[in-house]
Design a protein around this ligand. Structure first.
Ligand code: UN1
Length: 513
Protein backbone atom coordinates (compact mmCIF):
# COMPACT_ATOMS: atom_id res chain seq x y z
CA UNK A 1 0.00 0.00 0.00
CA UNK A 2 0.94 3.66 -0.34
CA UNK A 3 1.34 3.99 3.42
CA UNK A 4 3.83 1.12 3.55
CA UNK A 5 5.78 2.43 0.56
CA UNK A 6 6.15 5.82 2.21
CA UNK A 7 7.03 4.40 5.63
CA UNK A 8 9.75 2.32 3.99
CA UNK A 9 11.06 5.31 2.03
CA UNK A 10 11.15 7.55 5.11
CA UNK A 11 13.03 4.91 7.04
CA UNK A 12 15.65 4.47 4.32
CA UNK A 13 16.09 8.24 4.18
CA UNK A 14 16.33 8.66 7.95
CA UNK A 15 13.34 11.01 8.06
CA UNK A 16 11.63 10.76 11.44
CA UNK A 17 8.24 11.68 12.86
CA UNK A 18 9.79 14.74 14.43
CA UNK A 19 12.98 16.02 12.84
CA UNK A 20 14.95 18.32 15.05
CA UNK A 21 18.48 17.27 14.23
CA UNK A 22 20.17 15.22 11.53
CA UNK A 23 20.97 11.56 11.88
CA UNK A 24 24.55 12.50 12.71
CA UNK A 25 23.44 14.67 15.58
CA UNK A 26 24.45 18.06 14.21
CA UNK A 27 21.56 20.34 14.87
CA UNK A 28 21.03 22.41 11.79
CA UNK A 29 17.27 22.47 12.13
CA UNK A 30 16.55 24.55 15.13
CA UNK A 31 14.49 25.23 18.17
CA UNK A 32 11.70 27.24 16.62
CA UNK A 33 8.11 26.34 16.08
CA UNK A 34 7.08 23.02 14.63
CA UNK A 35 6.33 22.82 10.91
CA UNK A 36 4.04 20.01 9.79
CA UNK A 37 4.26 18.54 6.34
CA UNK A 38 1.06 17.12 4.86
CA UNK A 39 0.92 15.27 1.57
CA UNK A 40 -1.26 16.77 -1.17
CA UNK A 41 -1.67 13.18 -2.40
CA UNK A 42 -3.83 11.89 0.46
CA UNK A 43 -3.75 14.63 3.09
CA UNK A 44 -1.76 12.54 5.58
CA UNK A 45 0.71 14.14 7.98
CA UNK A 46 4.10 12.90 6.73
CA UNK A 47 6.25 14.29 9.50
CA UNK A 48 7.21 17.35 11.52
CA UNK A 49 10.31 19.42 11.85
CA UNK A 50 11.44 22.35 13.91
CA UNK A 51 12.11 25.72 12.33
CA UNK A 52 15.25 27.79 12.69
CA UNK A 53 15.40 30.71 15.13
CA UNK A 54 17.80 33.63 14.83
CA UNK A 55 19.97 32.08 17.56
CA UNK A 56 20.04 28.75 15.72
CA UNK A 57 20.93 30.62 12.55
CA UNK A 58 23.96 32.21 14.23
CA UNK A 59 25.12 28.72 15.18
CA UNK A 60 24.66 27.51 11.61
CA UNK A 61 26.70 30.42 10.29
CA UNK A 62 29.46 29.66 12.77
CA UNK A 63 29.49 26.00 11.74
CA UNK A 64 29.54 26.96 8.07
CA UNK A 65 32.35 29.48 8.56
CA UNK A 66 34.48 26.97 10.44
CA UNK A 67 33.85 24.28 7.82
CA UNK A 68 34.76 26.70 5.02
CA UNK A 69 38.22 27.32 6.51
CA UNK A 70 39.22 23.69 5.99
CA UNK A 71 37.05 22.83 2.96
CA UNK A 72 38.57 25.60 0.85
CA UNK A 73 42.05 24.15 1.42
CA UNK A 74 41.10 20.75 0.10
CA UNK A 75 42.23 20.46 -3.54
CA UNK A 76 39.27 20.78 -5.90
CA UNK A 77 39.55 17.21 -7.30
CA UNK A 78 39.35 15.91 -3.72
CA UNK A 79 36.22 17.97 -3.19
CA UNK A 80 34.99 16.35 -6.39
CA UNK A 81 35.59 12.95 -4.80
CA UNK A 82 33.13 13.84 -2.01
CA UNK A 83 30.56 14.89 -4.60
CA UNK A 84 31.18 11.60 -6.43
CA UNK A 85 30.37 9.66 -3.26
CA UNK A 86 27.28 11.80 -2.75
CA UNK A 87 26.16 10.98 -6.32
CA UNK A 88 26.63 7.28 -5.62
CA UNK A 89 24.52 7.50 -2.46
CA UNK A 90 21.82 9.17 -4.53
CA UNK A 91 21.98 6.28 -6.99
CA UNK A 92 21.40 3.87 -4.09
CA UNK A 93 18.54 5.95 -2.69
CA UNK A 94 16.97 7.04 -5.97
CA UNK A 95 13.79 5.02 -5.43
CA UNK A 96 12.92 6.15 -1.86
CA UNK A 97 13.94 9.75 -2.53
CA UNK A 98 11.87 9.79 -5.73
CA UNK A 99 8.95 8.41 -3.74
CA UNK A 100 9.26 11.05 -1.05
CA UNK A 101 9.43 13.82 -3.68
CA UNK A 102 6.33 12.42 -5.35
CA UNK A 103 4.43 12.05 -2.08
CA UNK A 104 5.39 15.33 -0.44
CA UNK A 105 5.19 17.49 -3.56
CA UNK A 106 2.63 15.60 -5.67
CA UNK A 107 4.45 15.12 -8.98
CA UNK A 108 4.29 11.74 -10.70
CA UNK A 109 6.72 9.09 -9.48
CA UNK A 110 8.38 9.09 -12.92
CA UNK A 111 9.04 12.80 -12.53
CA UNK A 112 10.16 12.34 -8.92
CA UNK A 113 12.70 9.77 -10.08
CA UNK A 114 13.64 12.06 -12.94
CA UNK A 115 14.35 14.79 -10.45
CA UNK A 116 16.68 12.55 -8.47
CA UNK A 117 18.33 11.64 -11.79
CA UNK A 118 19.01 15.35 -12.33
CA UNK A 119 20.79 15.35 -8.96
CA UNK A 120 22.91 12.37 -9.99
CA UNK A 121 23.69 13.99 -13.33
CA UNK A 122 24.80 17.27 -11.78
CA UNK A 123 27.05 15.35 -9.37
CA UNK A 124 28.74 13.64 -12.32
CA UNK A 125 29.06 16.99 -14.05
CA UNK A 126 30.54 18.59 -10.92
CA UNK A 127 33.05 15.76 -10.44
CA UNK A 128 34.46 16.39 -13.92
CA UNK A 129 34.34 20.10 -13.31
CA UNK A 130 36.42 19.73 -10.16
CA UNK A 131 39.44 19.25 -12.45
CA UNK A 132 38.41 22.01 -14.84
CA UNK A 133 37.93 25.19 -12.80
CA UNK A 134 40.04 26.94 -15.39
CA UNK A 135 41.07 30.54 -15.63
CA UNK A 136 42.82 32.16 -18.58
CA UNK A 137 46.39 33.33 -19.01
CA UNK A 138 47.05 36.66 -20.73
CA UNK A 139 50.06 38.30 -22.31
CA UNK A 140 51.26 41.21 -20.27
CA UNK A 141 52.18 44.42 -22.09
CA UNK A 142 55.22 44.71 -19.83
CA UNK A 143 58.43 42.73 -20.39
CA UNK A 144 59.21 39.99 -17.87
CA UNK A 145 55.66 39.95 -16.56
CA UNK A 146 53.12 37.20 -16.45
CA UNK A 147 49.36 37.60 -16.11
CA UNK A 148 46.75 35.04 -15.32
CA UNK A 149 43.47 34.65 -13.51
CA UNK A 150 42.32 32.13 -10.97
CA UNK A 151 39.01 31.25 -9.43
CA UNK A 152 38.74 31.04 -5.65
CA UNK A 153 35.80 29.94 -3.52
CA UNK A 154 33.38 32.63 -2.37
CA UNK A 155 32.53 31.30 1.09
CA UNK A 156 29.00 30.62 2.21
CA UNK A 157 26.41 30.18 -0.52
CA UNK A 158 22.77 30.63 0.51
CA UNK A 159 20.30 28.54 -1.47
CA UNK A 160 16.58 29.29 -1.47
CA UNK A 161 14.55 26.73 -3.38
CA UNK A 162 10.92 26.26 -4.35
CA UNK A 163 8.47 23.44 -3.65
CA UNK A 164 8.18 22.29 -7.25
CA UNK A 165 11.69 20.88 -7.58
CA UNK A 166 12.33 20.23 -3.90
CA UNK A 167 15.62 18.36 -4.36
CA UNK A 168 17.11 18.90 -7.84
CA UNK A 169 17.47 22.67 -7.72
CA UNK A 170 19.37 22.41 -4.46
CA UNK A 171 21.67 19.83 -6.03
CA UNK A 172 22.36 21.99 -9.09
CA UNK A 173 23.55 24.72 -6.77
CA UNK A 174 25.23 22.79 -4.05
CA UNK A 175 27.18 20.32 -6.23
CA UNK A 176 28.78 23.21 -8.13
CA UNK A 177 29.31 25.22 -4.96
CA UNK A 178 31.02 22.31 -3.19
CA UNK A 179 33.52 21.58 -5.95
CA UNK A 180 34.14 25.33 -6.09
CA UNK A 181 35.17 25.16 -2.42
CA UNK A 182 32.11 26.85 -0.99
CA UNK A 183 29.92 25.67 1.84
CA UNK A 184 26.13 25.95 1.62
CA UNK A 185 23.14 26.89 3.71
CA UNK A 186 19.87 25.74 2.20
CA UNK A 187 16.43 27.06 2.97
CA UNK A 188 14.02 24.71 1.29
CA UNK A 189 10.39 25.53 0.66
CA UNK A 190 8.23 25.16 3.77
CA UNK A 191 5.82 23.31 1.44
CA UNK A 192 8.24 20.39 0.93
CA UNK A 193 10.57 20.51 3.93
CA UNK A 194 11.04 16.79 4.53
CA UNK A 195 12.76 16.45 1.17
CA UNK A 196 15.47 18.75 2.53
CA UNK A 197 15.81 16.65 5.68
CA UNK A 198 16.31 13.54 3.52
CA UNK A 199 18.95 15.27 1.40
CA UNK A 200 20.77 16.64 4.43
CA UNK A 201 20.85 13.16 5.97
CA UNK A 202 22.42 11.76 2.80
CA UNK A 203 25.19 14.34 2.55
CA UNK A 204 25.74 14.31 6.32
CA UNK A 205 26.43 10.57 6.07
CA UNK A 206 28.97 11.08 3.29
CA UNK A 207 30.71 13.87 5.18
CA UNK A 208 30.88 11.80 8.35
CA UNK A 209 32.37 8.81 6.53
CA UNK A 210 35.07 11.13 5.26
CA UNK A 211 35.72 12.81 8.61
CA UNK A 212 34.61 16.14 7.25
CA UNK A 213 32.58 18.74 9.15
CA UNK A 214 28.86 18.67 8.48
CA UNK A 215 28.99 22.46 8.28
CA UNK A 216 29.91 22.03 4.59
CA UNK A 217 26.18 21.48 4.10
CA UNK A 218 23.57 23.13 6.30
CA UNK A 219 19.86 23.53 6.20
CA UNK A 220 17.61 26.07 7.84
CA UNK A 221 13.85 25.74 7.96
CA UNK A 222 10.92 28.07 8.05
CA UNK A 223 9.16 30.75 6.09
CA UNK A 224 10.47 33.86 4.33
CA UNK A 225 11.69 35.37 7.62
CA UNK A 226 14.25 32.58 7.87
CA UNK A 227 15.22 33.33 4.27
CA UNK A 228 15.75 36.95 5.27
CA UNK A 229 18.36 35.91 7.84
CA UNK A 230 20.51 35.03 4.84
CA UNK A 231 19.54 37.67 2.30
CA UNK A 232 20.40 40.45 4.75
CA UNK A 233 23.60 38.77 5.96
CA UNK A 234 26.96 40.04 4.65
CA UNK A 235 28.55 36.76 5.70
CA UNK A 236 26.64 35.08 2.85
CA UNK A 237 28.26 36.50 -0.32
CA UNK A 238 26.00 34.70 -2.79
CA UNK A 239 22.28 34.00 -2.62
CA UNK A 240 20.89 31.67 -5.24
CA UNK A 241 17.10 31.88 -5.24
CA UNK A 242 14.58 29.95 -7.29
CA UNK A 243 10.89 30.82 -7.10
CA UNK A 244 8.38 33.47 -8.06
CA UNK A 245 9.26 36.82 -9.63
CA UNK A 246 7.63 38.49 -6.63
CA UNK A 247 10.03 36.71 -4.27
CA UNK A 248 12.99 37.32 -6.58
CA UNK A 249 12.42 41.07 -6.67
CA UNK A 250 12.58 41.19 -2.87
CA UNK A 251 15.64 38.94 -2.68
CA UNK A 252 17.40 40.83 -5.48
CA UNK A 253 16.75 44.16 -3.80
CA UNK A 254 17.79 43.00 -0.34
CA UNK A 255 20.99 41.34 -1.52
CA UNK A 256 21.68 44.28 -3.85
CA UNK A 257 21.46 46.76 -0.98
CA UNK A 258 24.49 45.11 0.60
CA UNK A 259 26.10 44.63 -2.85
CA UNK A 260 26.05 40.89 -2.47
CA UNK A 261 25.72 38.61 -5.46
CA UNK A 262 22.45 37.02 -6.35
CA UNK A 263 21.60 34.30 -8.82
CA UNK A 264 17.90 34.49 -9.61
CA UNK A 265 15.89 31.84 -11.43
CA UNK A 266 12.31 33.08 -11.38
CA UNK A 267 9.03 32.73 -13.21
CA UNK A 268 8.48 31.81 -16.82
CA UNK A 269 5.66 32.27 -19.30
CA UNK A 270 6.83 29.75 -21.78
CA UNK A 271 5.46 29.30 -25.26
CA UNK A 272 5.69 26.85 -28.12
CA UNK A 273 5.31 28.30 -31.60
CA UNK A 274 3.53 25.88 -33.90
CA UNK A 275 4.37 26.70 -37.52
CA UNK A 276 2.70 25.48 -40.70
CA UNK A 277 5.52 22.91 -41.03
CA UNK A 278 5.18 21.48 -37.53
CA UNK A 279 4.95 17.74 -36.98
CA UNK A 280 1.53 17.37 -35.38
CA UNK A 281 2.34 14.30 -33.31
CA UNK A 282 5.50 15.83 -31.81
CA UNK A 283 3.66 19.07 -31.20
CA UNK A 284 0.92 17.36 -29.24
CA UNK A 285 3.28 15.27 -27.09
CA UNK A 286 5.52 18.28 -26.40
CA UNK A 287 2.65 20.60 -25.60
CA UNK A 288 0.71 18.17 -23.40
CA UNK A 289 3.73 17.09 -21.36
CA UNK A 290 4.83 20.73 -21.11
CA UNK A 291 1.42 21.91 -19.95
CA UNK A 292 0.30 19.13 -17.60
CA UNK A 293 3.60 17.59 -16.45
CA UNK A 294 4.17 18.33 -12.73
CA UNK A 295 0.55 19.59 -12.93
CA UNK A 296 1.81 22.73 -14.66
CA UNK A 297 4.04 23.62 -11.72
CA UNK A 298 7.41 23.76 -13.46
CA UNK A 299 8.99 27.10 -14.10
CA UNK A 300 9.45 25.71 -17.62
CA UNK A 301 5.82 24.54 -18.02
CA UNK A 302 4.22 25.35 -21.36
CA UNK A 303 1.67 28.09 -20.74
CA UNK A 304 1.07 29.42 -24.27
CA UNK A 305 0.79 27.80 -27.68
CA UNK A 306 1.21 30.25 -30.54
CA UNK A 307 -0.32 28.44 -33.49
CA UNK A 308 -0.31 29.42 -37.14
CA UNK A 309 -3.87 29.89 -38.40
CA UNK A 310 -3.39 27.15 -40.99
CA UNK A 311 -2.69 24.62 -38.22
CA UNK A 312 -5.02 26.02 -35.61
CA UNK A 313 -8.04 23.74 -35.91
CA UNK A 314 -5.94 20.60 -36.34
CA UNK A 315 -3.83 21.33 -33.25
CA UNK A 316 -6.83 22.40 -31.19
CA UNK A 317 -8.78 19.22 -31.99
CA UNK A 318 -5.78 16.98 -31.35
CA UNK A 319 -5.15 18.64 -27.98
CA UNK A 320 -8.73 18.42 -26.83
CA UNK A 321 -8.70 14.72 -27.76
CA UNK A 322 -5.39 14.17 -25.95
CA UNK A 323 -6.68 15.88 -22.78
CA UNK A 324 -9.54 13.38 -22.70
CA UNK A 325 -6.94 10.61 -22.32
CA UNK A 326 -5.28 12.18 -19.28
CA UNK A 327 -5.48 10.17 -16.09
CA UNK A 328 -5.43 12.25 -12.94
CA UNK A 329 -4.89 10.76 -9.50
CA UNK A 330 -2.39 9.37 -7.03
CA UNK A 331 0.96 10.32 -8.59
CA UNK A 332 2.66 7.24 -7.15
CA UNK A 333 0.38 5.09 -9.27
CA UNK A 334 2.18 4.71 -12.58
CA UNK A 335 -1.08 4.65 -14.50
CA UNK A 336 -1.67 8.33 -13.75
CA UNK A 337 -0.22 11.22 -15.72
CA UNK A 338 -1.12 14.07 -13.41
CA UNK A 339 -1.03 14.37 -9.62
CA UNK A 340 -2.41 17.05 -7.30
CA UNK A 341 -1.43 20.70 -7.03
CA UNK A 342 0.75 21.50 -4.03
CA UNK A 343 -2.04 22.89 -1.81
CA UNK A 344 -5.45 24.53 -1.70
CA UNK A 345 -4.00 28.00 -2.28
CA UNK A 346 -2.67 26.74 -5.59
CA UNK A 347 -6.12 25.38 -6.41
CA UNK A 348 -7.62 28.82 -5.71
CA UNK A 349 -5.15 30.48 -8.05
CA UNK A 350 -6.00 27.92 -10.73
CA UNK A 351 -9.73 28.58 -10.35
CA UNK A 352 -9.17 32.30 -10.32
CA UNK A 353 -7.21 32.13 -13.59
CA UNK A 354 -10.01 30.18 -15.29
CA UNK A 355 -12.55 32.79 -14.18
CA UNK A 356 -10.30 35.63 -15.32
CA UNK A 357 -9.61 34.27 -18.78
CA UNK A 358 -13.34 34.01 -19.47
CA UNK A 359 -13.95 37.51 -18.05
CA UNK A 360 -11.35 38.90 -20.41
CA UNK A 361 -13.05 37.33 -23.42
CA UNK A 362 -11.34 33.93 -23.63
CA UNK A 363 -13.12 30.66 -24.26
CA UNK A 364 -12.57 27.41 -22.39
CA UNK A 365 -12.05 24.44 -24.71
CA UNK A 366 -11.33 22.03 -21.90
CA UNK A 367 -13.15 23.42 -18.91
CA UNK A 368 -11.09 22.16 -16.05
CA UNK A 369 -12.38 22.06 -12.50
CA UNK A 370 -11.56 20.65 -9.10
CA UNK A 371 -11.99 16.89 -8.82
CA UNK A 372 -14.01 15.43 -5.98
CA UNK A 373 -14.86 11.94 -4.77
CA UNK A 374 -12.78 8.92 -3.94
CA UNK A 375 -9.06 9.46 -4.22
CA UNK A 376 -9.47 13.24 -4.50
CA UNK A 377 -10.28 13.98 -0.84
CA UNK A 378 -7.43 16.50 -0.42
CA UNK A 379 -9.19 18.88 -2.81
CA UNK A 380 -5.90 19.49 -4.59
CA UNK A 381 -6.57 17.49 -7.77
CA UNK A 382 -7.62 19.56 -10.76
CA UNK A 383 -8.48 18.84 -14.35
CA UNK A 384 -5.94 20.40 -16.74
CA UNK A 385 -7.65 23.08 -18.82
CA UNK A 386 -7.25 24.65 -22.25
CA UNK A 387 -8.46 28.14 -23.12
CA UNK A 388 -8.49 30.15 -26.32
CA UNK A 389 -7.11 33.54 -25.39
CA UNK A 390 -5.15 36.56 -26.55
CA UNK A 391 -1.64 37.43 -25.57
CA UNK A 392 -2.54 40.84 -24.15
CA UNK A 393 -4.98 39.39 -21.57
CA UNK A 394 -3.74 40.20 -18.08
CA UNK A 395 -4.11 36.59 -17.02
CA UNK A 396 -2.11 35.37 -20.02
CA UNK A 397 0.66 37.80 -19.12
CA UNK A 398 0.75 36.36 -15.60
CA UNK A 399 2.43 33.06 -14.61
CA UNK A 400 -0.25 30.87 -13.00
CA UNK A 401 1.43 27.82 -11.50
CA UNK A 402 -1.24 25.36 -12.65
CA UNK A 403 -2.12 23.22 -15.68
CA UNK A 404 -3.78 25.85 -17.86
CA UNK A 405 -2.77 26.11 -21.50
CA UNK A 406 -3.64 29.22 -23.53
CA UNK A 407 -4.06 28.86 -27.28
CA UNK A 408 -3.09 31.94 -29.27
CA UNK A 409 -3.34 32.30 -33.03
CA UNK A 410 -0.87 33.96 -35.39
CA UNK A 411 -1.17 34.88 -39.03
CA UNK A 412 1.42 35.69 -41.66
CA UNK A 413 5.10 34.95 -41.14
CA UNK A 414 7.16 33.68 -38.25
CA UNK A 415 8.16 37.16 -37.11
CA UNK A 416 4.60 37.69 -35.93
CA UNK A 417 4.79 34.56 -33.80
CA UNK A 418 8.15 35.60 -32.36
CA UNK A 419 6.71 38.98 -31.43
CA UNK A 420 3.90 37.29 -29.49
CA UNK A 421 6.34 34.85 -27.90
CA UNK A 422 8.53 37.71 -26.71
CA UNK A 423 5.57 39.87 -25.72
CA UNK A 424 5.56 38.94 -22.03
CA UNK A 425 7.63 40.08 -19.07
CA UNK A 426 9.19 36.69 -18.43
CA UNK A 427 11.99 35.13 -20.49
CA UNK A 428 12.74 31.59 -19.38
CA UNK A 429 11.95 28.91 -21.96
CA UNK A 430 10.63 28.86 -25.51
CA UNK A 431 10.24 26.45 -28.37
CA UNK A 432 9.37 26.22 -32.03
CA UNK A 433 7.90 23.24 -33.85
CA UNK A 434 9.01 23.40 -37.44
CA UNK A 435 10.77 21.52 -40.20
CA UNK A 436 11.59 24.77 -41.94
CA UNK A 437 15.27 25.61 -41.53
CA UNK A 438 14.77 29.32 -42.13
CA UNK A 439 12.13 29.60 -39.44
CA UNK A 440 14.12 27.54 -36.96
CA UNK A 441 17.30 29.56 -37.43
CA UNK A 442 15.48 32.87 -37.28
CA UNK A 443 13.85 31.79 -34.02
CA UNK A 444 17.30 31.02 -32.56
CA UNK A 445 18.93 34.19 -33.92
CA UNK A 446 19.43 37.51 -32.15
CA UNK A 447 16.16 38.60 -33.77
CA UNK A 448 14.37 35.52 -32.43
CA UNK A 449 13.40 34.27 -29.00
CA UNK A 450 14.50 36.49 -26.12
CA UNK A 451 14.54 33.60 -23.62
CA UNK A 452 17.38 31.87 -21.80
CA UNK A 453 16.24 28.59 -23.34
CA UNK A 454 15.13 28.23 -26.96
CA UNK A 455 14.39 24.79 -28.40
CA UNK A 456 13.60 23.43 -31.83
CA UNK A 457 11.20 20.48 -32.09
CA UNK A 458 11.30 19.95 -28.31
CA UNK A 459 8.87 21.37 -25.75
CA UNK A 460 9.70 24.07 -23.20
CA UNK A 461 10.28 21.87 -20.15
CA UNK A 462 12.58 19.01 -19.30
CA UNK A 463 15.96 20.65 -19.87
CA UNK A 464 19.12 18.59 -19.39
CA UNK A 465 21.57 19.63 -16.66
CA UNK A 466 24.49 20.10 -19.07
CA UNK A 467 23.32 23.48 -20.34
CA UNK A 468 23.09 26.71 -18.39
CA UNK A 469 19.58 26.99 -16.96
CA UNK A 470 17.78 30.28 -16.44
CA UNK A 471 16.30 33.21 -18.29
CA UNK A 472 16.07 36.89 -19.01
CA UNK A 473 13.82 39.81 -18.06
CA UNK A 474 11.67 39.05 -15.02
CA UNK A 475 13.06 35.52 -14.92
CA UNK A 476 15.99 37.19 -13.19
CA UNK A 477 18.99 36.69 -15.48
CA UNK A 478 20.73 33.96 -13.42
CA UNK A 479 22.13 30.73 -14.81
CA UNK A 480 22.35 27.54 -12.80
CA UNK A 481 23.44 24.01 -13.59
CA UNK A 482 25.70 23.23 -16.57
CA UNK A 483 28.00 25.07 -18.97
CA UNK A 484 30.03 27.72 -17.10
CA UNK A 485 27.37 28.44 -14.45
CA UNK A 486 30.02 27.43 -11.86
CA UNK A 487 31.74 30.78 -12.29
CA UNK A 488 29.13 32.59 -10.23
CA UNK A 489 30.02 30.41 -7.22
CA UNK A 490 33.64 31.60 -7.32
CA UNK A 491 35.52 34.87 -7.14
CA UNK A 492 37.87 35.69 -9.97
CA UNK A 493 41.29 37.04 -9.17
CA UNK A 494 43.63 38.57 -11.75
CA UNK A 495 47.30 38.07 -10.92
CA UNK A 496 50.22 39.94 -12.47
CA UNK A 497 53.72 38.77 -11.59
CA UNK A 498 56.90 40.69 -12.34
CA UNK A 499 59.98 38.47 -12.57
CA UNK A 500 62.47 41.24 -13.48
CA UNK A 501 64.46 43.71 -11.38
CA UNK A 502 62.73 46.72 -13.00
CA UNK A 503 59.32 48.15 -12.21
CA UNK A 504 57.87 49.31 -15.52
CA UNK A 505 54.38 50.82 -15.30
CA UNK A 506 51.50 49.86 -17.51
CA UNK A 507 50.15 52.22 -20.18
CA UNK A 508 53.75 53.40 -20.75
CA UNK A 509 53.64 55.80 -17.80
CA UNK A 510 57.02 57.13 -16.68
CA UNK A 511 57.42 57.80 -12.98
CA UNK A 512 61.15 58.36 -12.26
CA UNK A 513 62.31 59.08 -8.76
C1 UN1 B 1 12.03 24.35 -12.23
O1 UN1 B 1 10.87 24.19 -12.57
O2 UN1 B 1 12.34 25.17 -11.34
O3 UN1 B 1 13.73 21.94 -17.39
C2 UN1 B 1 13.15 23.54 -12.77
C3 UN1 B 1 12.98 21.39 -16.57
C4 UN1 B 1 13.63 20.77 -15.36
C5 UN1 B 1 13.92 21.77 -14.32
C6 UN1 B 1 12.78 22.69 -13.95
N1 UN1 B 1 14.84 20.13 -15.77
O4 UN1 B 1 11.77 21.34 -16.71
Amino acid sequence: TLKETIQRALKKLGVKQLNNGTSTGFNSFGNGEVIKSYSPVDGELIGKLTSTTKTDYEQVIENAQTAFKSWRLKPAPQRGEIVRQFGNKLRELKQPLGELVSYEMGKSLQEGLGEVQEMIDICDFAVGLSRQLHGLTMHSERPGHRMYEQYHPLGIVGIISAFNFPVAVWAWNTALAWVSGDVCIWKASEKAPLCSIACQNIIAGVLKENNLPEGISNIINGNYIVGEFMTTDKRVPLISATGSTRMGKIVGKTVGERLGKSLLELGGNNAIIVTPDADLKMTVIGAVFGAVGTAGQRCTSTRRLIIHESMYTKVKDALVAAYKQLRIGNPLDENNHVGPLIDKDAVKMYQNALTKVVEEGGKLLVEGGVLTGKGFETGCYVQPAIAEAENHFKIVQHETFAPILYLLKYTGDINNAIEIQNGVNQGLSSAIMTNNLREAELFLSQAGSDCGIANVNIGTSGAEIGGAFGGEKETGGGRESGSDAWKVYMRRQTNTINYTTELPLAQGIKFDL
